[in-house]
Write a protein that binds this ligand. Structure first.
Ligand code: UDX
Length: 458
């Protein structure tokens, strides 16, 4: 059992801290926000994450995890301090390391015994060398402090599961002492550990995330071509997925990737390459494809309709993916302002993200248009002239083609997640535009409906 402190209680820090406690370590989570600390002490999670609150309550009651703003007390006698603070994107695409620097200095000024500092936050390759030097410069006690890299691969919505059952733990260290301490902290997890040097560990994080971002953008690029040549991206993806070298994950075409990692990490790696005089053409292509993809549906709809002015527009899903209330880099944030500018009356449904969205676009008038937040999909669709699907929430997936036909004034659907069957939409008489698949126009839908009726009569 180790005494562990965790700096930062966002997705990375809080989940890591609670999972270390769950595996038997003594953990103190540190955050500068007093209110947030109080909330966490009361057993409430500041983020929406499946299973997290239960683990917080269980481990708090067992005395294995605590929360504080008093970093000095937490770091002073910790065997390891994990850093999980944010590294947001700067305007030029580089990572903002000011939070890491602040924590590094606080650690240097607090530690009174040998301590391993473990950076979980995603940082540009080479940063942890500087963090170690920075800590050495500010140390106030004669103790051993080294820095290890331990990038985090959890996905939002399955963060606890991803941490407790990770496919691999990457540790990047520069000494036997650091490697052994970190391995032994992870021993109770019983997971495969890949031990490499610090710079390789930092690179593994970017290379993994950017590869997945590339994979999605590649499928989006192929989807766009499928539309032009009459192929179906879902059939194409299925055919590809049986090749084990390709695999069956992250092959879903849609309206682009969002979230806190892929957009930021693609830009950061591209920036790092540029800083080193190298052009990272593949990653740059992924960024470009993604930018265009987010407006794919809006552009399709704009070509189809003369105007959105005065139309009731149902928006299903606001978050960047289901299972989270996070809106960072979500396609909705690109599309909704354009719809409002065009004078649309938006009825938006999102089971957990609506509150956050309302902070940016409050209920009521927003410029030329209006936005109303509704608590179920039916309310959003009732008498709507057009519908956009941005997130594949269960409630949205559960809708049948017939319900679109029955609820909407004009059944015209733009699906950014390829949730429904083209054939079923056609049969139900719904005009249906999706990504990389056949478009069902009003005429096709009507004809198909008439054929249906005729065959059922005969
Ligand atoms: C991702 C990585 O999966 C995780 O390992 C890393 O640590 C952080 O970044 P996350 O951003 O939480 O996790 O979500 P993820 O499920 O990976 O999805 C990212 C985006 O890609 C979402 O907008 C999602 O809709 C999109 N996506 C994903 C696709 O468009 N198609 C796919 O096939 C998969």
């Amino acid at each position: 059992m180790y005494k562990i402190a965790v700096a930062g209680t966002g997705y990375v820090g809080l989940v890591a801290g609670v999972c270390f406690a769950e595996r038997g370590h003594q953990v103190t989570c540190v955050d500068i926000d007093e209110k947030k600390v109080e909330v966490m002490k009361s057993g409430v999670s500041p983020i929406y994450e499946d299973g997290l609150e239960e683990l917080m309550q269980k481990n708090y009651e067992a005395g294995r995890v605590d929360y504080t703003t008093d970093y000095q007390a937490a770091y002073k006698d910790a065997d390891a301090v994990f850093i999980g603070v944010g590294t947001p994107e700067k305007a030029d695409g580089s990572a903002n390391l000011s939070y890491i620097a602040t924590v590094a200095r606080q650690i240097a000024e607090s530690v009174e015994k040998d301590c391993l500092v473990v950076v979980k936050s995603t940082v540009p390759v080479g940063t942890n060398d500087k963090v170690e030097q920075f800590i050495q410069d500010f140390l106030t006690h004669d103790v051993r402090v080294e820095v290890a890299s331990n990038p985090e691969f959890l996905a939002q919505g399955s963060a606890v599961h991803d941490t407790l059952h990770a496919e691999r733990i990457i540790i990047g260290t520069e000494s036997k002492w650091a490697e052994e301490r970190l391995m032994s902290i992870y021993e109770p997890f019983g997971l495969p550990i890949v031990s490499v040097n610090r710079r390789s560990a930092e690179m593994i994080k970017y290379a993994s995330n950017d590869f997945l971002a590339l994979k999605i953008s590649y499928m989006n690029d192929i989807a766009n071509l499928c539309e032009l040549v009459g192929a179906d991206i879902q059939d194409v993806a299925k055919g590809m997925s049986f090749d084990q070298r390709i695999g069956n994950k992250f092959l879903n075409a849609g309206i682009g990737f969002g979230g806190s990692c892929f957009p930021k990490d693609t830009k950061a790696l591209e920036y790092l390459a540029r800083q080193n005089g190298y052009e990272l053409k593949t990653v740059k292509a992924a960024i470009d494809v993604n930018k265009e993809q987010k407006l794919k549906l809006y552009n399709k709809a704009s070509k189809r309709l003369i105007t959105f002015d005065g139309l009731k527009v149902a928006v299903l899903g606001l978050t960047f993916k289901p299972g989270t209330d996070d809106l960072r880099e979500a396609a909705s944030l690109e599309n909704v302002p354009l719809l409002l500018e065009q004078g649309a009356d938006i009825y938006a449904f999102d089971p957990v993200g609506a509150g956050n969205f309302a902070k940016v676009y409050p209920e009521g008038r927003n410029g030329n248009g209006t936005i109303t937040y509704v608590s179920n999909v039916e309310q959003a669709l009732k008498d709507a002239n057009v519908c956009f699907v941005f997130t594949e929430w269960g409630e949205v997936k559960a809708l049948t083609p017939t319900s679109y036909k029955e609820l909407m004034k004009t059944p015209l659907v733009f699906d950014g997640r390829n949730i429904y069957s083209v054939e079923e939409m056609k049969k139900a008489g719904v005009e249906y535009h999706s990504i990389g698949r056949e478009t069902v126009m009003r005429k096709d839908a009507r004809e198909s409906k008439q054929l249906e009726l005729q065959s059922s009569r005969s």
